[in-house]
Design a protein around this ligand. Sequence first.
Ligand code: PAF
Length: 285
Amino acid sequence: MPADQEIAVVRTIEDLRASVRDWRSCRERVGLVPTMGALHEGHLTLVRRSLDLTSRTCVTLFVNPAQFGPNEDLAVYPRTEETDAAMLAAEGAHLLFAPSVEEMYPPDSVTRVHVPGISDPLEGAFRPDFFTGVATIVAKLLIQALPDVALFGEKDYQQLQVIKRMARDLDIPVEIEGVPTVREADGLALSSRNAYLTADERRAAPTLYRCLSTIAEKVSAGADPETEEKKAINELLDAGFSKVDYLTVRDAQSLEPWADRTRPGRVLAAAKLGRARLIDNVAVA
Ligand code: PAF
């Protein structure tokens, strides 16, 4: 699609399936990029990767109520469909699926997908229904679109592990591709929720990435993870973060405490800065 054209938008599962069916009849390879909109360079990187890996890319835009807790930001979550659609058209994405809440969750829909174990620690301990909401909507999108590949950012590292496990356990024939986090020049991971930061908070925000990178470097050189975690938590509080929900070195696959140092580790954190709750993670090399 030429970069200056509009992107086709469908709002029903039936229309989504019809488009994918047409592509399949032409032997196209299909990529799916699930999003909640308010697109930024991080999302566009997923789209570009999908365009590299496949011949047709469908982006979904759905602010999924099931993954927001009662005191979270569902009502004020940024909704910018027109701008999002223009950005996707400029990238050359082929289809935008932007369904209503009623389309995705008819009033009599009761089935939910829960992925125990991997969903429980870290984000799961602070946002009890979050991963069930994510696993349910992603399972539905995968079954609706039946793509060859679906792409997710490593920024939401635990989410990526939950989705991989869910797709494997449900035998959904799709390749789940993780894409490295896109960062600002000062290291802050791109996120639609960075929009909540004031100018002062924005200046403090890259401390999170700096702390995670320092821990990753030190523990890979043999330092004690708990000592480094404590130092980093103090540094974040000194920088203006009001609360650190967790900051911890984990096994990169199971997200259990990193006991076996011959296995890949991952440093993960979530911390509150003003109205924003920032999450980030870094690989232990
Ligand atoms: O990462 C997100 O934006 C969402 O959790 C996802 C995967 C689109 C599901 O709503």
